[in-house]
Design a protein around this ligand. Structure first.
Ligand code: ADP
Ligand code: ADP
Ligand code: ZN
Length: 216
């Protein structure tokens, strides 16, 4: 069944891992703002170069360009009935822009799901994360290794470690999350749309809890 879901949570909580599983389960298109920026970066676009200056510092890319990029992606046919937003919105301004755009279509999101994980665990996860250069699927060298070292299970692409997963940038990203994104928890709570899920369980258990929370 298709749904319109927002995944919230700090860097390393498992948003990308879970968004792709929930999307494959039939919720709709997996739309990840970070993946879209990295795609621009890989293609050498102007937007990619702009985004990199913020990503390298663990700061957020400005709202106007981010909102435009994600809302445009949401217009594509695969997202017509449902989507899982991963990493967007990340500021109140983005959340309000999303609500306004959906309201114009007489719609709203169905649920905002917060994946909760302690910060020491986040640091461990990000330090061991490898992602696919081609499809951006995330792996972990200890917690969810690929079948063949250095090679993506789903597309065969080459795995690499993100520059912004280095410890000093991770620290900055966690601070950015607390300052700019954590306030969204209250925003969705006051709309009666927030559900909290314990992210420190196996990948399978987290998926089950998320799907139960939005009624898949
Ligand atoms: P994470 O794995 O930490 O959740 P992402 O891949 O979602 O990371 O994001 C990587 C970087 O891309 C962020 O640190 C930020 O610079 C930029 N970014 C991604 N999504 C957004 C957004 N919604 N608003 C602003 N910047 C974003
Ligand atoms: P986010 O998109 O929120 O930054 P990811 O989905 O990329 O998070 O996950 C961060 C890292 O943690 C990856 O290396 C991933 O393989 C690993 N990971 C994801 N979910 C779990 C889990 N439930 N238990 C252990 N490791 C996990
Ligand atoms: Zn891949």
């Amino acid at each position: 069944m298709s749904s319109r879901v927002v995944l919230l949570g700090p860097p390393g909580a498992g948003k990308g891992t879970q968004a792709s599983l929930i999307a494959e389960g039939g919720a709709g298109a997996h739309i990840a703002s970070g993946d879209l920026f990295r795609k621009h970066l890989g293609e050498g676009t102007e937007l990619g170069a702009l985004a990199k200056t913020y990503m390298d510092k663990g700061e957020l890319v400005p709202d106007d360009v981010t909102i435009r990029m994600v809302l445009e992606r949401m217009e594509e046919p695969d997202a017509r009935d449902g989507y899982v937003l991963d990493g967007f919105p990340r500021t109140l301004e983005q959340a309000k822009a999303l609500d306004a755009a959906l309201e114009d279509q007489g719609r709203g999101i169905d649920a905002a799901l917060l994946i909760e994980v302690e910060s020491e665990e986040l640091v461990r996860r990000l330090a061991g994360r490898w992602i696919c250069r081609r499809c951006q699927a995330p792996y972990h060298e200890a917690f969810s290794p690929p079948r063949t070292t250095g090679c993506c299970d789903s597309c065969g692409g080459e795995l690499y470690q993100r520059d912004d997963d280095k410890p000093d940038v991770v620290r900055a990203r966690l601070e950015t999350y607390e300052r700019q994104t954590a306030p969204l928890v209250g925003y969705y709570e006051s709309q009666g749309k927030l559900a909290r899920v314990n992210g420190q369980q196996s990948v399978e258990r987290v998926t089950e809890d998320l799907e139960a929370a939005f009624g898949a």
